[in-house]
Design a protein around this ligand. Structure first.
Ligand code: VG1
Ligand code: CO
Length: 543
């Protein structure tokens, strides 16, 4: 086998963000761009020689071409065995599952997740560690450093591998094994979730719609919901993964999954609605006539998880990202289990999961997961919900309302200002930071600032400190506003403003969210001077 050492020069912008390196497809298509980044990863992985590597992606445009390059580079870099999903496909949770099950040293997951696909859309590459989870910042920073000084990459020249056929081939002495992307994942779900109870539920006439938004979860959802659990054919819609997601924006929220929302809010709504994102790690849950916020979903799953076989022993603890509402905190308190607040991004949960400090975790951005893998897991969350519905025999909206009655309701919304110019967006955050000391006691409309800070996280396991993870403003009226800049966007800057207000009074649990949160929105806009500093009078997306 001839290994070619190709001379290269570094690209200055290969610094991974919240979840891997995410750029426009056009950026990744520059000659040597993909190769450089993959080489920087391989140079950073310790013990690559002879070890097992997992490769797969969400099937978006450019996926297969990058898989082929990654295979030939992995062989040139001495990996012993490569497990690659058939047709180059693996959902993010399935990749995490395969890495753990087959004791791989890590995996390359090709995805820009919830970002749009197609030649004009986004692409991404992330590396997951041997525990199956996203690489921590220490690793991604080392990759960035390496990429910034790279002088050559290694590749084996040769024909493309046939990714359509399951089975083994070789590149030099490296074994390439094309695996069924769904099988290991289904087997794991079967151990955690009560498949019999859910089958019984479907047999009794329960109806749901799962909208895969033409992204990766289609084959997984079809295999499990329709194949194993007996849901009627057609339960999964938009189930074919497409390179451009069929024009869908594969972000499962009420705005981008509008067809599902319309159905679930209409007179012919089935019992339950769900959707997932580009790479299958996010979930959207909709009851009949009621969207379930991801923050509420995390709290509800925390209080009901013991109904599923995988969690029958109870939970050790729960963690949520800082901008996620405080609903899960109250459940943790009631159950007397651990509770942690982490920065945004799944990589911060891995240590807590590995150390057994938590069993379940989630983010306001529609990510929920548990210790079964080290990624968030869209379909798992949907199956756990179905398990809860099957055991309690209650409709989903009733479960949510009962939860509010028991714990109070956290009204929640997120305002995104997308594609801002980078400089003013940074200035907005800096100005906000600068005035933190003066805010407590100040009144904005009907709210008064009680406390505020710039969130810094000390990992309880390895004591690493991650500063500047978002600005939190707490109001005396039990409301909160959080500001941070996105780390997954690919053009300009995106400002995220997270707004919430706690309402303990059950008589006030059925109000329109926008109405309850209007004073918080107003105060947040005034404090951050959003309109003046961004020139925008409205957010681009409200979820
Ligand atoms: C966003 C979400 C964050 C999530 C990340 C990756 O990050 O806010 O909660 O973990 O996307 O999700 P940011 O930095 O843009 O706010 V996925 O499904 O795109 O991998
Ligand atoms: Co995702």
């Amino acid at each position: 086998m001839a290994i070619t050492r190709v001379p290269t020069t570094p690209f200055p912008d290969q610094r991974p963000g919240t979840s891997g390196l995410r750029k426009k497809v056009k950026v990744f298509q520059q000659p040597r761009y993909v190769e450089n980044f993959i080489q920087a990863i391989f140079d950073t992985v310790e013990g690559a020689e002879g070890s097992t590597l997992v490769i797969g992606g969400d099937g978006r445009f450019f996926n297969e071409a990058v898989v082929q390059v990654a295979l030939r580079m992995a062989a040139a870099n001495g990996f012993g065995r490569i497990l690659v999903g058939q047709k180059g496909l693996l959902s993010t949770p399935a990749a995490s599952c395969v890495i753990r099950k087959h004791k791989a040293i890590g995996g390359l997951v090709l995805s820009a997740s919830h970002n749009p696909g197609g030649p004009e859309g986004d692409f991404g590459i992330k590396f997951n560690m041997s525990h199956g989870g996203p690489a921590p910042e220490s690793f991604t920073e080392a990759v960035f450093k390496r990429a910034s000084a790279l002088t050559e990459y290694r590749i084996v020249e040769g024909a493309d591998i046939d990714l359509a056929r399951l089975g083994e081939t070789k590149i030099g002495s490296t074994i390439v094994q094309v695996i069924d992307p769904v099988a290991d994942y289904v087997e794991l779900m079967e151990r955690l979730i009560d498949f019999n109870a859910i089958s019984e539920l479907f047999r009794s006439g329960f109806r749901m719609r799962f909208d895969a938004l033409n992204a990766i979860t289609g084959p997984y959802a079809k295999a499990i919901l329709e194949g194993r659990l007996g849901a009627p054919a057609g339960t999964v819609v938009n189930g074919e993964p497409k390179p451009d997601f069929g024009g869908h924006h594969p972000d499962p929220n009420p705005v981008h999954a509008h067809d599902l929302m319309e159905l679930m809010m209409g007179p012919d709504a089935p019992d339950f609605g769900a959707a997932s994102d580009g790479d299958g790690d996010r979930n959207m849950i909709v009851a009949r006539g009621l969207f379930v916020t991801p923050s509420d979903s995390l709290a509800i799953l925390t209080s009901h998880a013991h109904l599923a076989p995988g969690y029958a022993q109870g939970l050790s603890g729960v963690a949520r990202s800082m901008p996620t509402s405080r609903a899960a905190d109250r459940v943790a308190k009631k159950l007397g289990i651990n509770f942690f607040e982490t920065p945004t991004g799944w990589k911060f949960f891995a240590n807590l999961l590995d150390a057994g400090l938590i069993t379940i975790c989630g983010e306001e951005s529609a990510g929920t997961g548990s210790n079964h893998i080290r990624e968030k897991d869209g379909l798992w969350a949907v199956l756990l919900w179905l398990n809860v519905l099957a055991v309690t025999k209650k409709p989903a909206d009733q479960i949510v309302r009962e939860h509010w009655a028991a714990y109070g309701r956290d009204y929640y919304t997120r305002h995104d200002y997308e594609e801002l110019e980078t400089a003013p967006a940074n200035t907005l955050m800096d100005a906000l930071r600068a005035k933190l000391a003066t805010l407590p006691g100040q009144r904005f409309g009907e709210l008064t600032v009680q406390d505020c800070d710039d969130f810094a996280y000390t990992d309880p396991v390895d004591q690493s400190v991650t500063p500047k993870q978002g600005i939190r403003i707490l109001f005396r009226e039990d409301a909160r506003a959080v500001f941070r800049l996105s780390g997954t966007g690919t053009s300009g800057a995106t400002l995220r403003v997270y707004l919430e207000r706690f309402e303990p009074n059950p008589d006030r649990h059925s109000l329109p969210t926008a109405e309850v949160l209007a004073p918080v929105v107003e105060a947040a806009n005034a404090i951050a001077e959003i309109a003046a500093r961004t020139g925008r009078s409205e957010p681009s997306v409200i979820t």
